[in-house]
Design a protein around this ligand. Structure first.
Ligand code: TXA
Ligand code: MG
Length: 328
């Protein structure tokens, strides 16, 4: 892909115009959102959407999220707008929240993997906003990485993962949130949390009342959101989760098996070293750095990464979900 540097706060109008034109022609454009980089294509063009699946090597059963410039654009892709959607949009959009709603016939089946529902989100990153406004069309965009890999939080991560793909990367540097959006299915009663993110369960329940939580290990909810079962979000290295007081011993064990062991710690008392990275004890600050740390440890050749378990509190739910998947 061709990577163009853009100012993350005030992207160049000419670059945005050209990227928007490319999207309207059915081409692929990777762009930063506040969560991770997305690999975008026109959500109204089935051939363009097929190019996303081909570029990522993504299984066709895994539906895509449609990105909109504003909540008013939802009417072009969803068949209903319940009061729960309206309340969540007012509270959290633009921002890292995806809502699953009944889809309209205008959305090609390729976008939703044949499901009768569509996931929609209004991102708040200025580059994503500018691109969506300029394109004037809904943009389907999964994370801009090969299927099963750690999502990209920099333009360089996208370039590294999608080397063989034709298209443009708008490189706005590091994405601020760092893990994927919270996904809520509003077609169930009560609504279902399909994927935790940095907007926590209690924050959402304060707006729309109690939710059910999809069980990642199987069952009906998992079948409703097929991609959720995949072991993605995983680095190349194998991941071992350990309590703070076990990190040292786990690291020693890993080092007897390989000379390339790394660790991600919060509080653990271990000797600092080259591949031992301490992340903040605050959930949002940790999330913002998690994927770039996994990319960096992978790139430094680690075969094993020992990761200190994170707290059980609700604000850590999104991070904990990604770590458990990475360790699977
Ligand atoms: O933060 C994000 O959400 C990023 C940025 C680029 O917006 N996108 C992202 O997309 O993480 P992706 O494709 O990696 O994950 C989208 C997930 C799918 O795996 C699927 O499980 C769920 O959202 N999803 C999408 N549409 C759905 C639908 N109609 N029903 C149930 N789940 C859906
Ligand atoms: Mg993904």
């Amino acid at each position: 892909m061709r990577r163009v540097i853009v100012d993350p706060e005030k992207p160049d109008g000419q670059v945005i115009f050209e990227a928007a034109e490319a999207l309207r022609r059915g081409e692929l454009v990777a762009f930063p959102t506040e969560t991770v980089y997305g690999l975008g294509a026109s959500a109204l063009d089935a051939d363009a959407v097929d190019r996303i699946y081909a570029a990522k090597g993504r299984p066709s059963y895994n539906p895509l999220i449609v990105h909109l410039a504003g909540a008013a654009d939802a009417a072009s892709v969803v068949a209903s707008w319940p009061h729960t959607a309206d309340a969540l949009a007012r509270r959290f959009w633009p921002g890292p929240l995806t809502m699953v709603l009944p889809k309209r016939g205008t959305v090609p089946n390729a976008v939703t993997a044949g499901l009768p529902s569509v996931g929609i989100r209004v991102p708040r990153h200025p580059v994503a906003q500018a691109l969506l406004v300029a394109a004037g069309i809904p943009v389907a965009a999964p994370s801009a990485n090969k299927s099963m890999q750690v999502s990209p939080t920099t333009g360089a991560h996208v370039e590294k993962s999608l080397t063989d793909v034709d298209g443009l990367i708008l490189d706005g540097g590091h994405t601020p949130v760092g893990i994927e959006s919270t996904v809520i299915d509003l077609t169930t009663e009560p609504p279902t949390l399909l994927r935790p993110g940095t907007i926590s369960l209690p924050e959402i329940e304060r707006v729309i009342g109690p939710l059910q939580v999809a069980n990642a290990s199987g069952g009906d909810e998992a079948r409703r959101s097929p991609g959720m079962l995949d072991k993605h979000y995983a680095p190349r290295a194998s991941v071992v989760l350990a309590d703070a007081h076990d990190v040292g011993i786990r690291l020693e064990q890993a080092r007897t098996a390989t000379d390339r062991a790394g660790a991600i710690i919060i509080r653990a008392d271990v000797q600092p070293g080259q591949a031992i990275i301490r992340l903040p004890a605050d959930a949002r600050a940790y999330a913002a750095r998690l994927y770039s740390t996994l990319h960096a440890l992978d790139d430094s050749g680690c075969a094993v990464i020992v990761i200190e378990r994170v707290p059980e509190d609700p604000e850590w739910f999104g991070v904990r979900d990604r770590l458990e998947r990475a360790a699977r």
